[in-house]
Design a protein. Structure first.
Length: 332
């Protein structure tokens, strides 16, 4: 089977590509290699995939939000399923750069839906986000909860992706699965995420920013667990049986939370980074950032029931693994 992966040079994209290649699949990867964070990290991820895959990996340097360029790049490409992970990420960045999010996350997602429709693909799995829950204070977050009050443009684009997907599943009976990711971390992670920022600052003796006085909680989910859930979703398309799916659709469209089902205090994460680094952090309290939420917590009952998803990695295990990788990667 051949899987088309967008955002293949990204954090989750690289890990998913490696897992699929490991089990014998072929992967066609797309990425525009934009400069949201250092491009060298993306090139290094691609090199990791190429080393593992050989001829079973093909990379296309392409912006899937550019209609003409994307259509041209896809002309001679054949594939069985789509894993659409590419997007403009980052809650805070969306406040300063809203047009980048509309282009990549809205137009880009529509282009992938159109490709899925035109090719009659067996299944497309796409990345949504826990940010769609906005300021919801009913915990844990359930896929049945309302998610129509986003507190950032990033969240609004991800909710829009779910709505566009629902319309395509209804109109064209395309099998679609949306995954609401909860704070993914691990080796090869993103430099704008808290764990990377904390580790880098602590190892270099710089202060770390602790928002809202540390009164924040996140459902930190280790990347290996995430990949297991993504692959399970890819393997099991929702049925077109008019029955209600996770997320409420009666079309072949399911939406799942994919998290660790543990809401951890930010202070606990910092303690573990300090322990793994062997140094104490210099903590600077900062106010809550615009677009941020105080707590996330995933109810994963639906994905456990339907796909057998069962995360196993605690932050006590995952944080030291990240810090070890970070030291090796940067030679610190």
């Amino acid at each position: 089977m051949t899987i088309l992966i967008t955002g293949v040079a990204g954090f989750i994209g690289m890990h998913c590509a490696l897992r699929l290649i490991e089990r014998g699949e072929r992967v066609v990867g797309i990425d525009d290699l934009n400069a949201y964070y250092p491009i060298q990290l993306k090139h290094d991820r691609l090199a990791r995939i190429k080393a593992a895959a050989g001829e079973r990996f093909r990379f296309l340097h392409c912006d899937f939000a550019d209609d003409a360029a994307f259509d041209s790049a896809m002309i001679d490409v054949s594939f069985d399923r789509i894993l659409h992970l590419g997007a403009q990420a980052g809650v805070r960045h969306s406040i300063d750069n809203p047009r980048a999010y509309a282009r990549s996350n809205l137009v880009g997602h529509l282009n992938l839906l159109e490709l899925a429709r035109q090719r009659g693909v067996a299944h497309m799995v796409y990345a949504s986000s826990s940010s769609v829950y906005g300021g919801n204070d009913s915990l844990p977050f359930r896929v049945e909860d309302r998610a129509d009050q986003p507190v950032s443009l990033y969240a609004a684009t991800k909710k829009a992706d779910e709505l566009m997907s629902e319309s395509y599943a209804h109109l064209y009976r395309i099998k679609l699965t949306g995954l609401r990711f909860f704070t993914v971390y691990g080796p090869w992670g993103r430099p704008d995420m808290a764990l990377w920022l904390f580790t880098d600052a602590i190892l270099r003796g710089r202060p770390i920013s602790v928002f809202n006085g540390g009164d924040m909680r996140r459902d930190f989910t280790y990347v290996d667990d995430i990949v297991s859930g993504v692959v399970a979703a890819l393997d099991r398309p929702p049925l077109d049986d008019r029955m209600e799916k996770a997320g409420g659709s009666r079309s072949p469209h399911a939406i799942y939370n994919i998290g660790n089902h543990r809401s951890e205090e930010l202070g606990r994460l910092i303690d573990l980074v300090e322990l793994a680094c062997g140094r104490q952090a210099i903590r600077e309290d900062k106010p809550m950032q615009p677009g941020d939420v105080r707590e996330t917590f995933a109810d994963i009952g639906a994905i456990e029931r339907d796909l057998g998803f069962a995360p196993t990695t605690t932050i006590e295990q995952g944080v030291p693994r990240f810090v070890t990788w970070f030291r090796d990667y940067h030679g610190i």
